[in-house]
Design a protein around this ligand. Structure first.
Ligand code: E4P
Length: 218
């Protein structure tokens, strides 16, 4: 399973990259706004800066919601760097735009996916990635992981090549469950990635090893 970081924060991206486990980055308009990035030129420069840190794919989301606007904006974003993947919402014009991007050789990530039906449509249109939002499904008292499982089964049966990018990940437990249920990628905040390191027995064990070493070595 690949690891993407879900942020527009350059410091967090660098930290995950330095850990040696980072395969890509996802952003969205809220994450860009959180970093105070506004205006077409600044947004473009920020994506370029992200693409300089990571070799893997970087999802850049369109703001337009009509076909023509999404195509124009997507082309502009894709021109910024080779590893840009255009993120398109799961709406009617979005599906149409994804199919068009396939024809002109631009890779896409279909975002805001909450059902298997939407996931089938995204794969059928030819999205490179599809992003089911696990945490937001859990927030509605459903189990987001059941969607990952269902999607993984359907994609395997149908031979779809679209990669399942588990999104809206809130914890390291989510990452483990996504891996078990067949996600190809998880995109998560730095806190969830670092959370995977933690176990009290690791800390206790290390303390003991170092104390024993000190007893005989001073
Ligand atoms: C996915 O690509 C989205 O950017 C993201 O995972 C949404 O997560 P949230 O529900 O924590 O906002």
């Amino acid at each position: 399973m690949k690891f993407f970081i879900d942020t527009a924060n350059l410091g967090h991206i660098r930290e995950a990259h330095e850990l040696g486990i980072l395969d890509g980055v996802t952003t969205n308009p809220s994450l860009m706004a959180k970093e105070g990035i506004s205006g077409q030129a600044n947004i473009g420069n920020h994506y370029r800066a992200i693409c300089e840190i990571v070799v893997g794919d970087v999802s850049a989301e369109v703001i337009a919601t009509d076909f023509k606007g999404m195509v124009e904006e997507g082309k502009r974003l894709a021109d910024l760097a080779e590893n840009i993947v255009v993120k398109v919402p799961m709406i009617k014009d979005g599906v149409k735009a994804i199919a068009h991007f396939v024809e002109i050789g631009i890779r896409t990530n279909c975002t805001l996916v909450f059902s298997a039906a939407q996931a089938i449509l995204a794969a059928k249109a030819g999205a490179s990635y599809v992003s089911p939002f696990i945490g937001r499904i859990d927030d509605t008292n459903w189990d987001g992981m059941l969607l990952i499982k269902e999607m993984a089964e359907i994609y395997a049966i149908q031979g779809y090549e679209t990669e399942i990018l588990a999104a809206s990940i809130r914890s390291s437990r989510h990452i483990v469950e996504a891996a078990k249920n067949g996600a190809d990628i998880v995109t998560c905040p730095l806190s969830a990635i670092l959370g995977m390191l933690k176990h009290p027995l690791t800390d206790i064990g290390l303390e003991q090893f170092l104390a024993d070493h000190r007893k005989v070595n001073g």
